[in-house]
Design a protein around this ligand. Structure first.
Ligand code: MTE
Ligand code: MO
Length: 416
């Protein structure tokens, strides 16, 4: 504990140095002789900025933590940090802007990878313990996948798309297929689930069906071309493509092969009397949201715009996205502007001329299994709920979300 808080102080000190450098860089802009009037960037700490690149001081996009969702639970706190989707382009979330969901407050373990181990045991012939370097010697795969927290549900009080949908992000992950490691250990017959556990105090444990563990799960050490970030589980995390965020155990240290679904710290949240709800909490989506124009942005006036946003599904790739600019009466196909990978964000765009009148814009998607994202009315009907805008969709909320564009071009939550 001693060393952790002194590490945190060191970390804080370092980030202060960087903020200082960035501020100095912004202040020190001056015209360069002989070259138009383009200002030049200068920083006292230029070697450090070269060693590990930083963005322009003019770019301000940032994550925000949600005190509202700092939910006290039986064991501590859950801390949520939202990704600024309103500023996103393409499908890769920069690692520094990836959403964060961590139990026990904002605590992030500071793990020395040389000391870290992953143990695979339980119903296996050969219990195994791997160092991180040993894991890296196995054949790797690199795949693009989204993560989404079950807490990602829109409310009428949300102002921006960061508030309403900021608990999803998408990265290119590199790691070893979990199936390779499980085969190495020799799984015994009767294995039905795995229990995965993290190294920090609350352990972030979760139970995952064995078939999923053998299908496409990864023990990931790489994110967007470099090592995982501490907030994403450095040095290794489990990646369970398409499953609710909670199953993607960070700081992964133990996998136990077991004969049934075990109750863990995380799984207790899934004890629900309604089997229909329980069955909807594991696999995410299909889901989409418009990121431009979105809440608190403003269209300068009537004319041409591209409506753009993200779509994703926990069970396959996205096949198509439709956009409505009249509150859901007419739906037209949007264009997919990036490759559509299974269990990944895809970016859609919809060329549009705004006539300057108040309107409601929405998007909905269909995945490769043919499942279409439900409107809130469809979801309300399914759950026999009154169709009011603040009805809480049980399980994962993948309902269609509206933005209202006012006559002055300002954009507002369409549920409000
Ligand atoms: N060890 C550990 N793993 C964890 C968690 C945690 O608190 N501890 N949080 C889970 C939850 S609830 C989510 S939504 C995802 C979030 O991953 P991210 O913080 O990298 O976005 O990690 C999951 N894995
Ligand atoms: Mo989560």
């Amino acid at each position: 504990m001693e060393s952790k808080s002194s590490d945190r102080r060191k970390f804080l000190k370092k980030s202060v140095t960087f903020v200082g450098a960035a501020a100095a860089a912004a202040a020190a802009v001056r015209p360069v002789s002989g070259q138009s009037s383009m200002p030049e960037m200068e920083a006292p700490d230029l070697p450090a900025l070269i060693a590990y690149g930083q963005r322009s001081p003019f770019v301000k996009s940032k994550r925000i933590s949600v005190m509202e969702r700092m939910s006290p639970d039986e064991f501590g706190m859950t801390f949520h940090v939202l990704s600024p989707l309103q500023d996103s382009v393409g499908i890769i979330t920069p690692s520094s802007l990836h959403y964060v969901s961590t139990h026990r407050g904002s605590y992030v373990p500071n793990i020395d990878p040389a000391e870290h181990r992953l143990m695979i045991h339980g119903m296996v012939d050969r219990p195994l313990i791997f160092t991180v370097d040993e894991l890296k010697r196995f054949p790797f795969v690199t795949r693009t996948h989204f993560l989404e927290c079950l807490g990602n549900r829109a409310k009428s009080t949300h102002k921006t798309v960061q508030d309403s949908h900021g608990l999803t992000s998408c990265s290119e992950w590199t790691g070893v297929p979990l199936s390779v490691l499980l085969k190495e250990a020799g799984v015994q017959s009767g294995a039905a689930f795995i229990v995965a556990e993290g190294a920090e105090s609350v352990k972030g444990a979760t139970s995952i069906p064995f078939a999923k563990a053998m299908d496409d799960c990864l023990v990931a050490y790489g994110q967007n071309g470099e090592a995982l970030r501490p907030h994403q589980g450095f040095p290794i995390r489990l990646l369970v493509p398409g499953f609710e965020g909670m199953h993607n155990v960070k700081y992964l240290r133990r996998i136990k092969v077991v004969e049934k679904d075990y109750m863990t710290y995380n799984d207790y949240g899934h004890i629900v009397p309604d089997a229909r709800v329980a069955s909807l909490t594991r696999v995410i989506g299909p889901k989409s949201v418009i990121t431009f124009p979105s809440g608190e942005q403003k269209l300068p006036g009537p004319g041409f715009y591209e409506i753009t946003g993200l779509a994703w599904s926990g069970s396959s790739a996205i096949r198509n996205v439709e956009v409505s600019t009249d509150g859901g009466q007419i739906w037209k196909s949007a264009e997919l502007r990036t490759p559509s990978y299974p269990m990944a964000h895809v970016r859609f765009a919809f060329p549009w001329t705004w006539d300057g009148k108040e309107c409601l814009i929405l998007s909905r998607c269909t995945d490769e299994t043919g499942t279409r994202q439900p409107t809130r009315v469809e979801a309300a009907n399914y759950w026999n709920q009154p169709d009011n805008s603040d009805f809480r969709v049980p399980g994962a909320d993948n309902s269609v979300f509206p933005w209202r564009i006012a006559g002055d071009g300002s954009v507002h939550n369409g549920l409000a």
